[in-house]
Ligand binder design. Structure first.
Ligand code: NAP
Length: 326
């Protein structure tokens, strides 16, 4: 009984309490407005989950600046609708859809293979796609869904694209990896021996864990890139509490209340996209300064556990093993 409370009820209470505090913070602070960003003609970006929500706004803005944007998503119709909406605004937009299911390692590999065949540069990779509070389930490869989609799929995608990112970056124009995490990472609990939540399943804990893992990955990647002197930066971003479909799996009565509150008080997807775009594009962060953890347009301190280099390394090594990478 106590274990059930600790593993299932407590994470839910912690997440809703955190949500309340974050929302209060958003209401009391000034929302970051994205300054004008330079044109991006000749640049290529990949945005996972770019067909809706925050990812759509990121894609729209990048395409508006002239970047060639590839939306990686699992729902082709959603991707095509997004392209049509973008072309209504920017008729010449260079935007396309390519199938990518982050819950399937094979799909991630196919996506990368077809991208590599085209010999395009890769200047910006936005690891944005995500699920939250999904019912208990496994990815095609047997990983807990949140862990598999939000974290492991993006780990593999980034790892396989690293050469492209390195080749496309220069000392005065770094390629950028932007990992869309969440403030929920700070209540995440990462047990390396049970990354797949086999002992107890809590959708709340699973989401927070996946976002903590993505942040740890981002920081470890930053360390690896720096050590190797590669012209690529890596950072993590909390987009804030944003009115999107991410909340669709909430318990129905809560979902109803959340819908009303979100309509009135959450940020819009465009506002949520602002910091993601800033870290992806800002000339002020050139030369490898698009690093660390960002929220509401500013670099932020985060929970002490995330700056533990041993934990970052252990998670990295465990993930490499899980993914069968050298
Ligand atoms: N909204 C917030 O308040 C909030 C707060 C903190 C962090 N975030 C983070 O922001 C990111 C974007 O979320 P959002 O709010 O824009 O949610 P959203 O509107 O639900 O968008 C999520 C996107 O991810 C895609 N996706 C889900 N599973 C996928 C898979 N297996 N393979 C490929 N794509 C997949 C979705 O496609 P389908 O439609 O096919 O599922 C959708 O395009 C997420 O990482 C989320 O955790 C959001």
């Amino acid at each position: 009984m106590f274990t059930f409370f600790r593993c299932c009820i407590l994470p839910a209470i912690k997440l809703y309490w955190l949500g309340f505090r974050v929302l209060l913070g958003q209401l009391l602070s000034k929302t970051f407005k994205l300054p004008d960003m330079p044109k991006q003609e000749g640049k290529v970006a990949i945005v996972t989950g770019g067909g809706k929500g925050i990812g759509f706004e990121v894609t729209l803005h990048l395409a508006g600046l002239g970047a060639h944007v590839i939306i990686g998503g699992r729902d082709e119709q959603q991707g095509l609708d997004a392209i049509a909406r973008i072309r209504e605004v920017y008729r010449e937009a260079k935007v396309e859809f390519q199938t990518l299911d982050l819950g399937s390692l094979q799909s991630v590999r196919h996506f990368v293979q077809s991208f590599k065949k085209r010999h395009l540069p890769l200047n910006i990779l936005v690891n944005n796609a995500g699920i939250m509070l999904a019912p208990e389930g496994r990815t095609e490869d047997g990983f807990e869904k949140h862990f598999g989609v939000n974290y492991l799929g993006h780990f593999l995608l980034t790892w396989l694209l690293l050469d492209n990112l390195k080749q496309s970056g220069t000392s005065d124009c770094f390629s950028r990896v932007v990992n869309v995490s969440s403030s929920a990472h700070c209540i995440g609990d990462l047990k390396l021996s049970d990354l797949n939540s086999c002992e107890y399943y809590s959708a709340h804990a699973a989401y927070c864990r996946s976002k903590l893992a993505l942040l740890l990955f981002s920081l470890q990647l930053q360390r690896v890139l720096r050590a190797g002197g590669a012209p690529v930066s890596s950072c993590a971003v909390d987009p804030g509490m944003v009115h999107t479909a991410l909340y669709q799996h909430m318990w129905a009565p809560l979902r109803l209340a959340q819908g009303v509150i979100a309509q009135l008080l959450f940020w819009t997807p465009k506002e949520g996209a602002a910091t993601v775009l800033y870290t992806s594009l800002s000339p002020a962060l050139e030369g490898g300064r698009a690093e660390d953890y960002w929220a509401n347009g500013r670099r932020q301190m985060t929970s002490p556990v995330t700056s533990d280099p041993q934990l970052q390394l252990s998670l990295w090594e465990t993930s490499m093993q899980l993914l069968g990478l050298q």
